[in-house]
Design a protein. Structure first.
Length: 459
C-alpha cells in the first residue's frame, strides 16, 4: 500500500468498551420467523436480527459522556435542573426560546398540527414522512408533497435533492387553499436522506413571509443536513456545522424534533417555538398528553443525555465519520450494480427496488419483497418506503407511490465496517436470486400506517 507522506493520518473515531452478542440464525429459522411475522419484519424479534437497519430512530449508541450524565440527572417532577440544561442546549443550537419536551418526535408533530391545522387545510412540504402525514390527515387536512424536480431522478446525483419546489409552493400559497404552515424536513427522508440547501430555505422563507404563513422545520436530522450542505455548498465550506445549522433555524418559526436521531437519544423529542403565544396555547395539550412542561414524558436522565447528544451530533469529526460510513455502504452496493438513490444520503442508503425488481408490479410491493429476501438470506432487517408505506389514501383506495424504495438506515455509532461488508455480501446473495422473487398481498391491517402492523402473504 502506498500513501502520501504529507497527508495527516486520521484514526478511527471510536473504540469499543461494551459488546453485545449478535444472534446467529439459520435460513430455515428465519423463514419460520418471517411466516410467523406475516412477512412483515416489524414483527420479527430483534433478538433474531443480525444487522438491524430498520431505522436510525432511537437505535444509536450513547457516548460515555451521555451515560455519565444520567447518574447526576435531576428527576424532580417540576423545575428539574436537567430540564434547564436541556432547554439551554436546545435554545443555544436553534435560537428558539420556547422549548416543549415530548416523549418523541411524533408527539411534537401532534401538538403542532392540532394547534394549527383544521379540516380542509393544505400543509405543503418537501416530503412528509409517515407519522407527519398521518397527523395531518387525521385532522381532515391534506399533506401536500412538493419535491424538487431532481428528486424524480433517483439514480442521478444532485447535491440538494431534498429541496422543495419553490415554484409549486408559490402557486399553492397564492391559491384559495388555506395553508396553516409549511413544513420542511431536513434531511428529506422521503427523498433518500437528501439535504435541503440554505438557498432553497431562504426562498421558501421569503414566500412564507409574503403569504403570512409560518415556516417550520422537521429537524430530526438537522446536523446531518448541515454536514451535507457544508460538503456541497462552497459558500459553507469554511463554516462549522453548528453555524450552518443555526442559519437554517434562523429562517423558521419553530421546529419539531425527534431527538432519537441527531439528538443521540434512545427516546425523546421536543417542539421549539419563537412565538410565546403559540407556546402558551399548546402548553395545556402538552400537560394533558405528555407530562409537565419541564419533563414532557421524559425522565431527567433522558433530558440530560439528549442535551449532550445534540452537541455531539454537531462535532465535525463525528459527522465526518457518520457520512463516511453511509458513503462506504453506498459504494459497496453500487459496485454490485444495484440501483441506488444518488448521491448517498446522511443517514441511510436507499435502494430503488422498483427498478431492481422490475418484474414485480408496484401493487405487489417490490420493496417489501426485497425486505423479506434480505432478512431470509442474511438476517438483515431493512424498511420498505414504497407503495406499502405511502400508497394507501385516506378513502381506502390505493395509488402508486412516487418511488419503490428500500431504506437501509444505519444506527449512529453502533456498527463497524465489517457489518457493512456483511450487508453487502447479503445483497450479493440476493442478487443471484432476484429474478425468482415474487410480490406480496396485504391480508390484514389495510389502513393508514399499515406498514407498522400489516400482515402479508406471498404471491
Amino acid at each position: 500500500m502506498t500513501s502520501d507522506p504529507t497527508r495527516e493520518l486520521i484514526p478511527p473515531a471510536y473504540r469499543t468498551k461494551v459488546v453485545e452478542p449478535i444472534a446467529r440464525t439459520t435460513i430455515a429459522q428465519r423463514e419460520r420467523l418471517l411466516h410467523d411475522a406475516g412477512h412483515n419484519v416489524f414483527h420479527v424479534p430483534a433478538s433474531s436480527v443480525a444487522v438491524d437497519l430498520l431505522t436510525d430512530s432511537g437505535t444509536g449508541a450513547m457516548s460515555a459522556a451521555q451515560w455519565g450524565s444520567m447518574f447526576t440527572a435531576d428527576e424532580s417532577y417540576a423545575g428539574a435542573a436537567s430540564f434547564d440544561r436541556f432547554r439551554g442546549t436546545v435554545s443555544e443550537i436553534t435560537g428558539f426560546a420556547h422549548v416543549l419536551p415530548t416523549h418523541q418526535g411524533r408527539a411534537a408533530e401532534k401538538l403542532l398540527m392540532r394547534a394549527l391545522v383544521q379540516t380542509g387545510d393544505v400543509v405543503p412540504g418537501n416530503g412528509h414522512f409517515d407519522t407527519t402525514r398521518a397527523h395531518i390527515e387525521a385532522l381532515g387536512a391534506s399533506a401536500l408533497d412538493l419535491p424538487c424536480a431532481a428528486n424524480a431522478r433517483s439514480s442521478t446525483a444532485a447535491p440538494f435533492k431534498g429541496n422543495i419546489n419553490v415554484n409549486a409552493l408559490a402557486d399553492v400559497l397564492s391559491s384559495d387553499a388555506r395553508v396553516p404552515l409549511v413544513l420542511i424536513t431536513i434531511t428529506s427522508n422521503r427523498a433518500g436522506g437528501q439535504p435541503v440547501s440554505l438557498d432553497n430555505l431562504h426562498e421558501t422563507a421569503a414566500l412564507c413571509r409574503e403569504a403570512n404563513v409560518p415556516l417550520f422545520l422537521d429537524a430530526a436530522r438537522f446536523a446531518e443536513n448541515a454536514a451535507l450542505a457544508q460538503r456541497s455548498d462552497v459558500e459553507l465550506n469554511d463554516s462549522s456545522p453548528a453555524h450552518i445549522a443555526r442559519a437554517y433555524f434562523d429562517l423558521a418559526a419553530g421546529c419539531t424534533m425527534s431527538a432519537k436521531k441527531d439528538g443521540h437519544g434512545n427516546i425523546g423529542g421536543f417542539l421549539a417555538l419563537r412565538d410565546a403565544a403559540l407556546a402558551k396555547a399548546i402548553t395545556p395539550s402538552l400537560i394533558l398528553d405528555e407530562g409537565f412542561i419541564t419533563y414532557g414524558g421524559l425522565a431527567g436522565r433522558d433530558l440530560d443525555a439528549i442535551a449532550i447528544g445534540l452537541r455531539e451530533a454537531l462535532e465535525p469529526d463525528y459527522l465526518r465519520e457518520r457520512l463516511h460510513q453511509v458513503d462506504a455502504l453506498w459504494q459497496m452496493l453500487h459496485a454490485l450494480n444495484i440501483p441506488l438513490v444518488a448521491p448517498a444520503g446522511g443517514h441511510a442508503v436507499f435502494i430503488d427496488a422498483g427498478r431492481w425488481l422490475a418484474h414485480i408490479p408496484w401493487n405487489e410491493y417490490p420493496g417489501q419483497s426485497l425486505v423479506a429476501a434480505l432478512y431470509r438470506t442474511g438476517g438483515v432487517r431493512a424498511c420498505e418506503l414504497g407503495s406499502l408505506m405511502f400508497g394507501l389514501l385516506p378513502d381506502g383506495t390505493e395509488r402508486r407511490a412516487e418511488h419503490e424504495f428500500v431504506r437501509l438506515a444505519i444506527p449512529r455509532r453502533v456498527y463497524g465496517h465489517e457489518h457493512m461488508c456483511y450487508v453487502a455480501e447479503t445483497f450479493a446473495r440476493v442478487a443471484e436470486m432476484r429474478q425468482s422473487l415474487r410480490g406480496f398481498r396485504v391480508t390484514s391491517m389495510n389502513e393508514p400506517l399499515r406498514h407498522f402492523m400489516a400482515k402479508l402473504a406471498p404471491l
